[in-house]
Design a protein around this ligand. Structure first.
Ligand code: BGC
Ligand code: NOJ
Length: 840
């Protein structure tokens, strides 16, 4: 593994990769944007920025928000898990995390690791380091502060903590002040602050904020802590060096502890703060019964346990071990350091975060507007099936249970209730097909066909339960039941591209393109859905085959063939695949159009599904991508962008050119093209595209890219935007899963299939090979790939434990076995099968 080098002299960098510890180390606090990390792996989650900004929630960022956060605030990212230090000798105070006080620090270092963050700094000879993490299986977060006196004289210090509570429903909390300025309630007992708003009535949950040290004081009323007309940067309590013992009633409940101590030269003091969430049994809510005081009998032992340093140490160790074990599923050693660290650390990490959070909590997703997206989560499964098969299985069943009997899907559901969101509704006609793709990914990884027999209801109504397999059939049927004038699938509200609203025709300012009633009998068709249908129908045929349903399998395959024919007849524009037909039958994404002549999605999706590989259309389409859409920063979604609003196209033309769906480098789609390139045998093109958007490879241009260099962002501004090359919407994006699939399964070629593991790399010709370790269905595969002559080609010889095998498909090994796999790459013409015929 390569370790990044610290290069503070480089004006474009704000830190470096520490691959050995799986951390990104930020060396100055004023990053171009707050660079965040995620805490929590099970049910209690939070985001934390490199200056300790952020918030936490339990399961559902909208309905069960624990701490408050103000999006789009000024200054940016104010509000979070704050600790203040005060030198009681001089009265000077500062933030060891730089924010919110922003007083200069003599040193600063933030380490974002796997589900934990440490922020360390020094000022005036006082070193402070805070570790933030959520112990596995717990519903609490630990802030472990270590303060060390590096002076040669004793130091009298005060520590103040600060966490602002949210009144649970984040939407209501941010809007309904006539009510919620009068609902807040707290208790203080045994040094712990309890936030119990609405506990008196229907809620049985509360939050707590506890401290390991004897308190010099506390505050629970935000305004008493801050003082009138003051912000987080200069709280009155801190300035004064004294808390006021306030008890919040209404207004803004808040938690702050004051701890005072003296440190001898060289002495270190550890202070543990716990911020947690607890649910009491309904019949044991109060103590004494009937009295409006929280029964703390169940939570107090948990608090006491986690306030002990050894418990914290052990919890942190378990967290690290659990990540090490999760990531050990796949480890690669390639000639490219950026690929290595993304594949081994950051890309799978982002996949897990994206899977856990769906599209709810980031600095670009407020936790209020979106729950769990149906298509989003189905695609997230592709990124985590190998690391977390159990979670994948549970999610599949949850998703399928929101499916409608028509085969259609709610576009989103709330994680807390698992019910479809009526507000957004359904009718995005690609949604159901992604369920097939997600289930296929799970089956290929695990071989667990029992999931297909699980009884799953429609729309959460238990009396409608049928085996999961039938849900997949309905997904398939949903498309065929909705074909348009050319025999292509009707698009409905939109397909993968949420902004291609071809039946919407909205003229009303501010109206939502997602929910506005569409024109009756919407006729617009999607070439993209056709491609996705071919892919999904082929997967379904394989799944049917696995169930011994040869007839079904044949039918699915025949329908896939037929649809591929329709695409070739009506979806082909001469040099690339068209995108769609609008409501009046005009092509979208055609050389006939003045704007939006070529779109990226159908090129990626149609080639991925195999359409046009045999007759050269695929190669032509990819050459057009290279010619019209590829840039040095990645591949744009369309060209030329829409410069005026097209009522017949919808939201896509509402964005300025080069942003979002209107011609940005939409990173989610780039890996489809990488995969497509591998399918026509071009590893140089595939890896070239991979490297252009690889965040680590872009670290050197952090001033341009601006988002975190350790995770993918949804978009990078396209060449038509003034901010060309600038990333936005980092973290929660299908980009994570798809890039992981593209690099690991297609470029490196380590690909799970229903009946075993295939190793079929399509490498850049500059590489002499690579090695990898992959755990798969209980066995371990030690893989060595060699391309000694640096040819453009594919596997010509594969040995398993020294014995030649036919093709690239490895026989299933016994669980517990270790298989030594050797793959030799040769020139493409020496490859026996017809697959992978080059385009030039
Ligand atoms: C964004 C899309 C997103 C959609 C979700 C649109 O404004 O541009 O990327 O999928 O909102 O509702
Ligand atoms: C982001 C959404 O979460 C996803 O579902 C959609 O496919 C893309 N944007 C493209 O519009």
């Amino acid at each position: 593994m390569t370790t990044g080098t610290r290069s503070q002299g480089d004006a474009m960098r704000y830190g470096y990769f520490d691959d050995e510890h799986c951390e990104y180390v930020i060396t100055r606090p004023d990053t171009p944007l707050p660079w965040i990390n995620y805490l929590g792996t099970d049910a209690y989650f939070g985001i934390i920025s490199n200056t300790a900004g952020g918030y936490s929630c339990y399961r559902d960022a909208r309905l069960r928000r624990i701490t408050r956060y103000r999006y789009n605030n000024v200054p940016a990212d104010s509000g979070g898990r704050y600790i203040y230090l005060r030198d009681n000798g001089t009265g000077e105070y500062w933030s060891p995390t730089w924010q919110p006080v922003q007083r200069d620090l003599d040193s600063y270092e933030c380490r974002h690791g796997l589900s934990y963050t440490t922020i360390a700094s020094a000022r005036l000879g006082i070193r402070a380091e805070t570790l933030y993490f959520v112990p596995p299986g717990e519903t609490l977060e630990v802030w472990r502060l270590r303060v060390r006196n590096e002076r040669d004289t004793p130091a009298g210090l005060s520590v103040f903590s600060s966490a602002e509570f949210c009144l649970w429903d984040a939407q209501d909390d941010a809007t309904n002040f006539q009510r919620n300025y009068s609902t807040g309630e707290v208790e203080v007992a045994g040094g712990a602050i309890y936030h119990k708003t609405e506990y008196r009535e229907r809620r049985n949950h509360f939050a707590y904020f506890a401290c390991s040290e004897p308190l010099a004081g506390f505050d629970t009323d935000r305004d008493a802590f801050l003082g009138p007309y003051r912000g987080w940067d200069r709280p009155l309590a801190v300035e004064r060096g004294e808390s006021s013992g306030s008890i919040a009633h209404g207004w803004a409940p808040h938690g702050s502890h004051h701890v005072r101590f003296e440190l001898a030269p060289g002495e270190t003091r550890e202070v543990i703060f716990l911020l947690g969430y607890w649910e009491n049994p309904e019949d044991g809510k109060f103590d004494p019964p009937g009295w409006p005081i929280i029964n703390k009998a169940l939570v107090r032992p948990v608090i006491d346990r986690w306030l002990r340093p050894e418990t914290v140490e052990d919890g942190f160790r378990r967290l690290r071990e659990s990540w090490a074990s999760t990531l050990s599923v796949l480890n690669v050693r390639t000639p490219d350091a950026h690929a290595n660290r993304m594949v081994n650390i950051w890309n799978p990490y982002q996949c897990m975060v994206t899977f856990n959070m769906s599209r709810s909590v980031s600095l670009f997703e407020s936790g209020i507007s979106r729950g769990v997206g149906f298509r989003d989560s189905c695609q997230d499964l592709l990124g985590i099936a190998a690391m977390a098969p159990g979670l994948a299985r549970a999610r599949i069943l949850d998703l399928a249970a929101t499916q409608l009997a028509s085969g259609g899907a709610y576009h989103q559901y709330q994680p807390l209730t698992k019910r479809g969101n009526d507000a957004i509704g359904s009718g995005f006609n690609d949604d159901p097909l992604w369920l097939i793709a997600g289930v296929a990914a799970y089956l290929k990884e695990t071989g667990d066909t029992t999931i297909l027999d699980e009884l799953v209801p429609f729309d959460g109504r238990d009396d409608t339960a049928v085996p999961l397999y039938e849900h997949l059939e309905r997904s398939f049927r949903y498309t065929l039941d909705r074909l348009g004038p050319h025999g292509l699938p009707l698009i409905g509200r939109a397909d993968w591209n949420d902004c291609l609203n071809l039946n919407c025709f909205s003229d009303t300012p501010g109206e939502s393109f997602q929910t506005t009633a569409n024109v009756p009998g919407g006729q617009a068709e999607s070439v993209f859905i056709a491609g996705l249908f071919v892919l999904a129908a082929t997967e379904l045929a394989d799944i049917a085959g696995l169930r011994g349903l040869a007839g079904d399998a044949g039918m699915y395959r025949a329908e896939a063939e037929k649809m591929a024919g329709v695409v070739m007849a009506h979806g082909w524009d001469g040099r690339w695949y068209r995108r769609a037909y609008d409501h009046s039958g005009q092509p979208v994404g055609s050389a006939e159009n003045a704007e939006g002549r070529i779109f990226l999605e159908p090129q990626g999706m149609c080639v991925m599904s195999g359409i046009g590989i045999a007759n050269g259309m695929a190669a032509k389409a990819l050459a057009s991508v290279a010619e019209h859409l590829a840039t040095g920063h990645g591949i744009m979604l369309l060209q030329p962008p829409y410069r005026r609003y097209h009522r017949e196209l919808g939201e896509i033309s509402s964005y300025p050119p080069g942003y979002k769906e209107n011609g940005s480098i939409f990173c989610h789609v780039n890996p489809w093209v990488m995969i497509a390139e591998t399918m026509i045998g071009d590893g140089d093109a595939a890896f070239g595209y991979y490297s252009r958007i690889n965040p680590s490879a872009r670290e050197a241009i952090s001033d341009v890219h601006r988002c975190e260099p350790y995770v993918y962002a949804q978009m990078i501004a396209g060449k038509d935007a003034p901010s060309y090359g600038e990333a936005k919407n980092s973290w929660l994006t299908g980009t994570a899963a798809w890039n992981f699939v593209a690099i690991t399964q297609r470029i490196l070629g380590i690909r799970p299939e229903l009946d075993g593991l295939r190793v079929d790399p399509v490498l850049p010709s500059a590489w002499a090979g690579f090695t990898a370790t992959r755990r798969f269905r209980g066995a371990t595969y030690e893989i060595t790939v060699r391309n000694p002559d640096h040819v453009r080609g594919r596997a010509v010889r594969v040995l398993a434990d020294g014995k030649p095998i036919d093709g690239t498909h490895l026989p299933l090994a016994q669980p517990g076995a270790t298989v030594r796999v050797e793959v030799f790459i040769g020139p493409e013409h020496s490859r026996p099968s017809g697959e992978g015929v080059g385009r030039r």
